[in-house]
Ligand binder design. Structure first.
Ligand code: GLN
Length: 503
């Protein structure tokens, strides 16, 4: 470890890689490039892939950075790993460190080694929970990295390390072979130094179009093609590389919170100006329910996590605590194993989730949070020009009767293509500061990333320049923040092209 900071950002290096049946060996012949006419692919058989440690890749352990899964080797490849290997000819070069089970914002809750930011910012947070994936691409150890994003875990590390992190629409990429944290929110995301390899993987390799029958949350092919057909006019008139003419960007007023670091605010304003210079239109918009999104997320995610983690009992998986008497009953073994096998943040989430699902609390917490989630979704649907193809208008109408004038009014004009806001309210904090933070302080960091997660929308974080005071050594080190672009459901291709133009 350098400078007394926990190191080993990436672990289980390539030497551990074993044989894998779907290896494309350098499968350039498998490379299928769609919708990227006239562009020569950068994703090819020399592309090195880092895989977050909650995603199965044969030959590497899959521990989710938890003691309770120590030594676990999942013998098959997650669908996303197989797809990238066989289609893109990519090679898995390492597993990447993370927060235990994806629960955290700074990659410091790992049972093994906490991650720190890339050189020369080692003393700062790398973001979490996919911190190892972000540092792997930042340091050039991988060209592309897989992460998972439940409430911001791909976007946050991208923002803190100056890389690009993309969370696709919920249900787009298969989660088969990915250890679940909160099923209704989990997505597999990608990180790289630029947008290009991510766009090539999603659009170029055609991953967006593929349903995985082994993942029940993978969007059916019929729905995928219906959305593509319905949106023909939008997508075909839009080509990356041209100006932003004709596109409208929403500036969500509620995101201008008091806690926003003034340098991040300035960077945001500068980015909005750049958008206008490139021909885009910027309009202020309101997302009133998003102020409750964070609380709703921290009820829903732990509730689902508490259920998912119930299976780690020392009997069926990985680690077993045998420190007590050998004739202990199953229940004792179970309690002991979970007591010593899970870290404190994971235990906090299990307790929180078990409580909010209990009969005495469910109405006030879990059910309320689900209602807030619908309101957050509705806020987004109201402001995007594109319709949400999954919208159930009957239950969540976007217009309502205005009794005073006796006519139906839309709840505000639908007007924007994308939302633009910071990814995180501050530049990366010092790891030392994080040690003194309360869990609540850390949850607060996710305020800008959880709304898109609750609504299942595609979102990307790209590096955003922030002003630097030349006399401040610290500011010189941290001269970037993350700029987040959020699009309507399944508008991933346009989010990626637009982000590429802006970065
Ligand atoms: N920081 C959030 C949490 O701890 C998000 C994590 C994630 O997206 N996996 O739940």
């Amino acid at each position: 470890a350098s400078r007394g900071v926990p190191n080993r950002l990436v672990y289980h290096q390539v030497a551990a890689a074993g044989n894998d049946t779907d290896a494309g060996a350098c499968g350039l012949s498998h490379l299928r490039i769609e919708n990227l006419a006239n562009e020569s692919p950068t994703v090819n058989c020399t592309t090195r892939l880092a895989v977050k440690d909650n995603i199965a890749a044969p030959g590497f352990p899959t521990t989710c950075a938890s003691k309770i899964l120590t030594g676990t080797n999942i013998p098959f490849a997650a669908t996303i790993v197989s797809q990238l290997r066989s289609r893109g000819g990519m090679e898995v070069v390492s597993k990447a460190g993370m927060d235990e089970f994806g629960m955290g914002t700074h990659s410091t809750t790992s049972a093994f080694e906490a991650i720190h930011n890339a050189s020369p910012r080692e003393q700062y947070s790398a973001g979490g929970s996919s911190g190892g994936s972000a540092v792997a691409v930042k340091e050039g150890k991988a060209d592309l990295a897989l992460g998972t994003d439940t409430g911001g875990s791909v976007r946050m590390p991208a923002a803190y390390t100056g890389t690009v992190g993309f969370k696709p629409s919920y249900g787009m990429l298969s989660r088969w072979g990915v250890v679940p944290y909160a099923n209704s929110l989990d997505t597999v995301g990608l990180l790289a130094r630029t947008v290009r390899p991510i766009r090539e993987a999603i659009v170029g390799l055609g991953l967006y179009a593929e349903q995985d029958p082994r993942d029940p949350t993978s969007l059916p092919e019929s729905v995928r093609s219906r959305i593509t057909a319905d949106r023909e006019g939008y997508t075909s008139t839009f080509t990356a590389g041209e100006s932003l003419e004709g596109l409208t960007f929403g500036l969500p007023l509620e995101y201008n919170i008091q806690e926003l670091d003034p340098r991040i605010r300035q960077g945001w304003l500068q980015a909005l100006q750049t958008i206008q210079e490139l021909g885009g239109r910027v309009v202020p918009i309101s997302l009133p329910s998003t102020r409750n999104a964070l609380s709703a997320y921290y009820v829903i995610a732990p509730a689902e996590a508490s259920s998912n983690l119930a299976k780690y009992d020392g009997i069926r998986y990985g680690y077993r605590d045998t420190s007590g008497p050998s004739d202990a009953q199953d229940g004792v073994l179970y309690a002991r194993t979970r007591g010593s096998g899970f870290g404190s943040e994971v235990k906090r989430r299990i307790l929180l989730g078990s409580y909010t699902l209990s009969s005495e609390a469910i109405d006030n917490y879990f059910i309320q949070a689900q209602k807030v989630r619908q309101l957050v979704r509705r806020d987004f649907d109201r402001i995007f020009k594109l319709e949400n193809p999954l919208l159930d208008e009957q239950h969540f109408p976007l217009s309502e009767m205005d009794e005073s004038i006796g006519i139906e009014t839309k709840l505000g004009p639908a007007q924007v293509d994308f939302l633009v806001c910071p990814t995180a309210p501050t530049a990366p904090p010092l790891l030392e500061q994080i040690r003194n933070q309360t869990p609540l302080d850390s949850y607060m960091n996710d305020v800008f990333t959880v709304p898109a997660s609750l609504a299942g929308l595609p979102a990307i974080s790209i590096p955003m320049d922030i002003p630097v005071d030349p006399s401040s050594e610290e500011q010189k080190l941290l001269h970037f923040g993350g700029l987040q672009l959020v699009g309507q459901y399944w508008d991933d291709a346009r989010v990626l092209s637009t982000a590429e133009m802006l970065s």
